[in-house]
Ligand binder design. Structure first.
Ligand code: FAD
Length: 482
């Protein structure tokens, strides 16, 4: 039996669990956080290697203005430990003639339409119509946005007949890499509200030392406010007595007691494994089991002998890189191109202290199925498709690589959530924000078992991965506090 009793136990210190735990501690609750890794952060957990310190893969915070991360840092007063910075990115548009055109800086966080139109080569005759569309999209009131729930973004945007480059910018440069699902599956209300935030608020927020530092700071806050944080400790089972939560059991058999357990381990692993299907009715279990994950991101960490790239982050895209459901499935079967957007992050260009002098780390990411059981060759084919685009954009890169490390959907699953259903576990975000799984159709933060809550990307939040995890942390903390 574990020592003492806690007001709440939080399983997992990803952004959802860590933020929720800290907010409960701020409200005076005695909280126990149990994290299976040795560090907090989950999908954002900071890594250190050969004098480099970095997020495990490219993680671009967006929006910049009004970000949940900024609010959390301010509310907890942890800005000294988790230092958030604004980084000027440089998206790259591969034009139909094959040249890579970097996006010019507009000098402000919000997007300047003229800069955008010149860069995307929008013909003069079409600019007024595109501008009207962008204004309508950016300024659509929340009640109108909400009415788009249940439709897919592609079906909604298609009739506007946007120029191919503008469509590519919105879908491939923005939505595909914000939500990790093709736009003909993506819920339109999620898509439009997400676009509004980045078009008006900009993107490119990072945390010095890697985003994981923010989750570490939340856990330190819990420790300093009457709680406890156990790292390197896996929860094996959620203890349920007479239909209500009673605590958790860790893998060494210790039982920690609380009537409130908040799980950041993913809704499917929580319901189907940690709690166990027998505690829920068959309809709930069936619904949870059928939820689809977002796709994965896979790519390489390139350790370079000298600095090559001069930007902090980039998204490379073209008129043909936007994903559709069919092309993604065909690509998975080896029958269609694997060309998609490529995310690039160069941490030492915004955080020079985190690379040895004169060296550089470049990280790439491109979309891939979330199945952690995919063969290494299959995963490599996806990562190599992204690499080919990266090297085409930066021909000088390949010869400067001293070491490259592949990360896969399996790496993501190992570091974060278990695969509780076939094909899931390596997802970039969590439950996909697709039609039928977003907005009012998103799983509830409350489970049918009294006292068992879900926090993180699977419930309670909206928007881009890191943002919706923290938003969920706020929503769950507020609901638990009553
Ligand atoms: C390759 C990649 C690139 C990404 N890029 C971006 C980006 O550019 N921008 C962006 O906003 N987001 C990005 N994301 C997504 C973002 O990182 C996630 O959406 C977000 O961090 C998820 O937070 P979470 O709280 O839902 O869960 P997680 O981060 O999955 O955290 C869950 C935590 O629970 C712990 N846990 C699980 N089971 C147990 C157990 N049984 N016992 C104890 N602990 C347990 C895990 O170890 C983990 O720490 C990216 C993700 C990946 C993988």
């Amino acid at each position: 039996m574990g020592e003492g009793r806690f007001d709440a136990i939080v399983i997992g210190a990803g952004f959802g669990g860590a933020s929720c735990a800290a907010l409960l501690a701020r409200a005076g609750r005695k909280v126990l956080v149990i994290e299976k890794n040795n560090l907090a952060g989950g999908k954002t957990m900071s890594h250190a290697r050969k004098g480099f310190r970095y997020s495990p893969w490219p993680i671009i915070g967006a929006p910049l203005g009004g970000s949940w991360a900024s609010r959390l840092v301010a509310d907890l007063g942890i800005g000294e430990h988790a230092r958030l910075v604004k980084v000027q990115g440089r998206s790259m548009y591969r034009t139909p003639d094959g040249t890579f055109a970097p996006m010019p800086s507009s000098g402000s966080d919000a997007l300047d339409p003229n800069v955008l139109f010149d860069w995307l080569r929008v013909p003069a005759a079409e600019r007024t119509a595109v501008l009207e569309f962008m204004m309508m999209l950016s300024l659509m009131p929340p009640d109108e946005v909400a009415k788009l729930e249940g439709r897919d973004f592609h079906g909604w945007v298609q009739p506007f007949g946007l120029p191919a480059s503008v469509h590519a910018f919105l879908v491939s440069n923005c939505l595909d890499d914000m939500y990790m699902v093709p736009s003909d599956q993506l819920d339109c209300a999620e898509a439009v509200s997400g676009l509004q935030k980045v078009l008006l608020g900009g993107g490119g927020q990072f945390c010095l030392g890697g985003w994981g530092v923010l989750a570490e700071a939340c856990c330190a806050y819990v420790g300093a406010h009457g709680g406890e944080v156990l790292t390197g400790t896996r929860v094996q089972r959620i203890v349920i007595d007479d239909g209500a939560v009673a605590g958790v059991e860790t893998e060494d058999g210790t039982i920690h007691r609380s009537a409130t357990v908040i799980s950041n381990a993913g809704i499917q692993p929580t319901v189907l494994r940690l709690a166990g299907a027998r505690h829920f009715d068959a309809d709930y279990v069936e619904r949870i089991g059928k939820l689809l994950p977002s796709h994965a991101l896979v790519g390489y960490r390139y350790f370079l002998g000298e600095p090559v790239l001069d930007y902090g982050y980039s998204v490379i895209f073209s008129n043909t890189s936007a994903w559709s459901r069919q092309r993604f499935e065909d690509a998975h079967a080896g029958k269609a191109s694997r060309e998609g957007f490529v995310l690039v992050e160069v941490p030492s260009n915004y955080d020079p202290g985190h690379a040895p002098a004169g060296r550089q780390l470049v990280m790439s990411a491109s979309m891939c199925p979330a199945d952690p059981e995919m063969s290494r060759d299959d995963v490599k084919a996806w990562a190599d498709a992204g690499e080919a685009i990266l090297f085409a954009a930066h021909p000088e890169l390949a010869s400067r690589i001293e070491e490259k490390v592949l990360y896969t959907a399996k790496s993501v699953s190992n570091a974060t959530r278990d695969a509780a259903v076939p094909g899931a576990g390596g997802e970039t975000i969590g439950i996909a924000q697709i039609v039928g799984q977003a907005g009012r159709a998103k799983p509830s933060i409350r489970t049918p078992v009294e006292g068992l809550w879900i926090v993180g990307c699977d419930a309670g939040g909206t928007g881009v991965g890191t943002q919706q995890a923290i938003e969920s942390g706020y929503v769950v903390a507020e609901a638990v506090l009553g």
